[in-house]
Design a protein around this ligand. Structure first.
Ligand code: PTJ
Length: 258
């Protein structure tokens, strides 16, 4: 880290992750726009008390159940995810027996290489998505480039920190999409089959623990969890929570003395 954050700072953890994003940007892992996306995430995180709330736990359970049942699951990796939690992402792919694929909105060969390096250093063996040669139909952004062995033939895709169009396109291709997005109003959040409204830095370790526990469950129980899951209810609960919190936040202003 280039910037020393005092441990006593009331927002030390948040500053730590902010610094990771800044460092990631300098190393070409995070896109410039990734800095802005992170700031947006911070604002929404504040609104959910920077904690994993019950609506996120329920969505994570459905996500793990669906991914354990999937035949060809893939975790999509972008710059922000790689900068914030590469080790946990690699570990999760191992637990879920899921492939890892780099998929970027701001795709350049240099960023592909930088993210590949981060994932390799975190222990990933097989990383898809570099020089991706297949395409998602109906998508015009650079996110359309996918690996024929990865997202193209996946039946379930985990998309952390998305920017919109791709979730809709993946759904049109018949895939199950689980999204991690702090903003319950985003297009991705609204279009996904499962939306985890929480911060990726908390979600990834929680998904690892849940996978370790749930991989012991029989298939019929996993199917029941998926059947019972209702994403509209989860999104409504997230928005209700945010609404209530906004109503509760106290005003602690003081008057000027002159
Ligand atoms: O690495 P690339 O080239 O693929 O680009 C990645 C970014 C994130 C720049 C790109 O996908 C983008 O522009 O995304 P958006 O449209 O800014 O959307 C990002 C969404 O993720 C927003 O809804 C944020 O609230 C949310 N978000 C930001 N940080 C986090 C987050 N959600 C979960 N955890 C976070 N840490």
């Amino acid at each position: 880290m280039s910037f020393n954050i005092p441990a006593s700072h009331p927002r030390a953890l948040s500053l730590h992750y902010r610094e990771k994003i800044v460092e990631g940007c300098k190393a070409n892992v995070v896109a410039m726009a990734g800095l802005i996306a992170h700031g947006r995430g911070e604002a929404f995180d504040y609104l959910i008390e920077e904690k994993t709330q019950p609506f996120a736990v329920a969505a994570m359970e459905a996500c793990v159940a669906a991914f354990l049942l999937a035949e060809n699951p893939v975790i999509s990796v972008n710059g922000n995810l790689a900068a914030l939690c590469a080790e946990d992402t690699v570990e999760l792919s191992r637990c879920l027996e899921s492939k890892l694929e780099i998929n970027l909105f701001y795709r350049t060969p240099d960023r592909e290489k930088a993210i590949h390096g981060v994932l390799s250093n975190a222990g990933a063996q097989n990383i898809l998505g570099v020089d991706a040669r297949a395409a998602i139909p109906e998508l015009e952004s650079l996110r359309r480039s996918v690996d024929p062995e990865g997202i193209l033939k996946a039946d379930a895709v985990l998309v952390p920190l998305e920017d919109g169009d791709r979730t809709e396109a993946l759904k049109k291709m018949g895939k199950l999409v689980a999204a991690i997005d702090l903003n319950p109003l985003s297009r991705t959040a609204q279009a996904a089959d499962i939306t985890i409204v929480d911060n990726v830095v908390r979600v990834m370790p929680a998904l690892i623990k849940m996978t370790q526990r749930m991989s012991l469950l029989p298939e019929n129980v996993l199917r029941r969890i998926c059947k019972k899951y209702n994403n509209i209810r989860i999104l409504k609960n997230a928005m209700k929570f945010i609404g209530k919190r906004l109503g509760k936040i106290g005003m602690k202003g003081t008057y000027i003395k002159y």
